[in-house]
Design a protein around this ligand. Structure first.
Ligand SMILES: *Cc1c(COP(=O)(O)O)cnc(C)c1O
Length: 391
């Protein structure tokens, strides 16, 4: 008999009743150090007082009205996002996947309005992840996600990133946009070199193509800049945001320049819940923290500390680990042992990590993790590695 929960997830036999900062606690009191953060979602840790206050204040005042009316919290969050980024305008969604849907629609509508509906093709990259909708799986293009789900949304071309010549050759009269994660998350914490991002921007400018960044996982201060692309000095035309922006409340966004958004006129898109007052109130509180230069400095300092300790860990266990990679507090350890065994050994050592493609274990701690907790995290990963070395 089918379980009453559709069995699409391989869930660990762990269940948490409480979260405190970088810690998740089970009913029996066992405390896990959380380097998963709900997959880069709980960016300010669990039960951050400012987020709890923003959510409960809003919950006591008003939960939901619909986008038929003005939503001041939504306006406030859009103002914060545009003030701190390249973007002129923002649309709020409930998730990263829905941000992908709109990014694709926006790019295609841009070209249609310009009299070039044939420019519907979008170049994407192997190893990418853009969500699980029909557009999202077509954009990522991996057989694992698309197999068996019938005809895919057409118009996606897939390339390996880093091959500038192949990219140049792939651009045709029907190319309208390029979509890329500045740091691949699900693909195994693979940062796209700054030089490549600059090359992409140049190519897009040369051909008048729209550049779409998927910063759903790498954005919101995760890499030590508010958005990861800032390290490269260039900006996209359209950007997808979700995960960290809600700190655990489901909210996403599409940010765009005025030009890129020019096709999205009255009545062309909408959402029942997107930009709901609860989500936007929390999003504003998150933005107030992650835009503070001192907060970003601290993320960078802690990222250096964490990385240094991880290099030591990898050097001490060459039979289990291969290398450390990533950007800021978006860290990955490429493993020699099976990454799923490393994650499992971590559970036994009371530390939570996330597997990714390319046999990588992801470390996505809350950005508020403390130095002592980083040291504890590495001690627990050490215990996990030792148990695998002994086995
Ligand atoms: C998680 C993720 C998505 C999908 O976001 P959901 O909120 O799960 O729909 C899209 N792109 C990237 C890069 C992601 O990491």
């Amino acid at each position: 008999m089918i379980p009453t929960l559709l069995p699409t997830y391989a869930r660990a036999p762990l269940s948490f009743v409480k979260g405190e900062g970088a810690w998740l606690i089970e009913a029996d009191g066992r405390r896990f150090l959380d380097l998963a953060a709900g997959i880069a979602v709980t960016a300010l840790g669990h039960a951050h007082p400012a987020l709890v206050k923003a959510l409960t204040d809003q919950a006591n005042a008003l939960w939901h009205t619909s986008n038929l009316y003005q939503i001041p919290q939504q306006q406030a969050l859009a103002d914060r996002l545009t003030e701190h980024t390249f973007a002129d305008t923002v649309f709020f969604t409930n998730s990263g996947t829905e941000a992908c849907e709109l990014a694709v629609k926006m790019a295609r509508k841009y070209w249609t309005e310009k009299g070039h509906p044939e420019k519907a093709d979008i170049i994407a990259f192997t190893g990418s992840f853009h969500g699980r909708s029909s557009a999202g799986i077509a954009a990522a293009g991996s057989e694992k996600m698309t197999k068996g789900f019938g005809p895919l949304l057409p118009g996606f071309v897939h390339l390996e990133f880093g091959d500038h010549d192949a990219l140049t050759a792939a651009i045709t009269e029907t190319t309208g946009a390029i979509i890329i994660e500045p740091v691949q998350g699900e693909g195994g914490i693979r940062p796209v070199p700054d030089q490549c991002l600059k090359g992409l921007r140049d190519l897009c400018d040369e051909h008048g193509i729209l550049l779409i960044f998927d910063e759903v996982q790498c954005g919101v201060a995760r890499t030590g800049k508010l958005f990861a692309h800032e390290w490269s000095g260039i900006t996209p035309d359209i950007m997808m945001v979700a995960k960290g922006i809600g700190g655990g409340f489901p909210i996403g966004a599409v940010l765009a320049t005025e030009a890129a958004a020019s096709g999205m006129t009255l009545g062309t898109h909408g959402s029942t819940y997107g930009g709901n007052p609860l989500g936007c109130a929390v999003g504003c509180a998150v933005m107030d923290h992650v835009t503070d230069p001192a907060f970003l400095d601290d993320v960078n300092r802690k990222a250096g500390l964490f990385r240094q300790k991880l290099e030591g860990l990898v050097a001490a266990h060459p039979d289990v680990f291969e290398e450390v990679r990533g950007s800021g507090l978006m860290l990955g350890i490429k493993c020699k042992a099976a990454n799923t065994d490393v994650v499992q050994a971590g559970y036994d050592a009371l530390v939570l990590t996330v597997p990714a493609a390319d046999n990588v274990v992801r470390l996505l701690p809350p950005l508020t993790i403390e130095d002592a907790e980083i040291a504890q995290a590495v001690d627990r990963l050490e215990a996990a590695a030792a148990s695998l070395s002994a086995a």
